[in-house]
Design a protein around this ligand. Structure first.
Ligand code: PMP
Length: 406
């Protein structure tokens, strides 16, 4: 693997070069959202300064150019994840909406006694949505347990699969703990039972190498903003063979084929699931983020992330009074922890005063926090532009915070 030139790479992120209360910004909240390289900011600016127009409707050149860039962005996503066809890439507002589209589609299929299987480590987006879908349909929500280290109990997962399992919805990577799930093997087991499989890829996508055909799932959901792109845009990838027969999501312009006062017929994929004016600049920005990420050497990116995690984990183990939450053998660059006797919110506040940005709280995973017996955690999450020195800065700041809280 080619080593990453971190200095050059960091220089592409204008936001990173600032001070917070006189301290250099150390941005370690990448699981919440990643920062944006100049290429993304420029692509959005270019759209609004060169060719802003509505897509697909145009009888003029700006509209043609806007449509070209917007649909090209769809091709970029399709290539990035290895979609069999560009029509399988549905633009959404993010992972949350993508999961809700799947729930809307499943609504007609779920009946009393059917089962939906999720895991104990779900983000609320992939838990509440299925819980409510089950409550409406009479289906039963099954929850595959985790081990105390935050790894999925794969034996229990297997035994919870049954002939009644209609859908398995599980995260590629846990946002709260960093656990990396063996989604390919789990998907194969679920498919063998005849279930549909949805992967919540909000966290998994940025850690590289997602090829949907290789995973074997039916749906993969992700957000642009965790992949160096803007907020407000995301993708539902789904197999055309499943999506094409599904009930529509929202109704309105663009998603129809023929409309009369009495009735309407629906368009083809992807449009049938994309009503109204889309987030055109968002799609273009998301594609720019993917292009930026794709030019990096993936093995080097993953090695760097693992080096950051290993360095942080080592220091955490040597840090008196620190409890790590989530120590699964397979993890991405997320360090969730608590300091004995301190509330995570206080830790976060004192780190912020030193320029170190982390996230604290329940990470939209309240049942998981209860399962682990913690009120929440402090979470440092790494991205490709973070440095080993920034990890050191985190621990220096944590020492100070611990002294102040003592
Ligand atoms: N699932 C996981 C695992 C996440 O980390 C997130 C974002 N925190 C989501 C779903 C929801 O993503 P979004 O808020 O971008 O829709």
């Amino acid at each position: 693997a080619v080593a990453l030139n971190l200095e050059a790479l960091r220089s592409e992120f204008p936001i990173l070069h600032q001070t917070i209360d006189g301290n250099p910004l150390v941005y370690l909240d990448n699981a919440a959202t990643t920062q944006k390289p100049r290429a993304v900011i420029q692509a959005i600016t270019d759209f609004y300064t060169q060719c802003n127009a509505n897509v697909h409707r145009g009888a003029h050149q700006l509209a043609d150019e806007a449509t070209r860039r917007y649909e090209h962005a769809r091709d970029t996503v399709a290539n990035f994840i290895g979609a069999a066809d560009r029509s399988e890439v549905i633009w959404t507002s993010g992972t949350t909406e993508a999961i809700n589209i799947v729930a809307n589609g499943m609504a007609q299929q779920l009946t009393a006694g059917d089962e939906v299987l999720v895991t104990e480590m779900e983000h609320h987006a992939n838990l509440v949505t299925w819980q409510q879908a089950c409550l409406r349909s009479g289906a039963v929500l099954k929850v595959a347990p985790i081990h105390d280290n935050g790894a999925l109990d794969t034996d229990a997962f297997s035994s919870l699969l049954s002939e009644r399992t209609r859908l398995v919805a599980l995260p590629h990577v846990s946002n709260a703990l960093g656990t990396l799930n063996p989604i390919k093997a789990l998907t194969a087991q679920a498919k063998a039972k005849g279930a549909l499989v949805l992967i919540d890829g909000a966290q998994g996508i940025a850690h590289g190498g997602v090829q949907v055909a290789d995973i074997g799932c039916d749906f993969y959901a992700f957000s642009g903003h965790k992949l160096f792109g803007p907020t407000g845009i995301g993708v539902l990838w789904g197999k055309a063979s499943v999506l094409q027969d599904w009930p529509v999501w929202q109704t309105g312009g663009e998603m129809i084929s023929r409309v009369s006062y009495q009735e309407s017929s629906w368009g083809e994929l992807p449009n049938r699931l994309e009503a109204g004016t889309p987030h055109i600049a968002g799609a273009i920005g998301m594609a720019a983020g993917i292009n930026w990420f794709s030019q990096l050497d993936l093995a080097a990116v993953q090695a760097h992330e693992q080096a950051l995690l290993a360095h942080a984990t080592q220091q955490a183990q040597d840090f008196a009074g620190m409890q790590l939450v989530g120590t699964a053998p397979a993890k991405v660059g997320v360090l969730s922890f608590n300091l004995a006797g301190s509330h995570p919110a206080d830790v976060g506040f004192l780190l912020d005063r030193q320029g170190v940005a982390i996230r604290t709280g329940d990470h939209c995973a309240q049942p998981l926090m209860r399962r682990l017996g913690v009120p929440g955690t402090a979470r440092a999450s790494f991205s490709v532009y973070n440095t080993l020195q920034e990890v050191d800065a985190l621990f220096i700041a944590l020492k100070k915070a611990q002294q102040m809280l003592a």
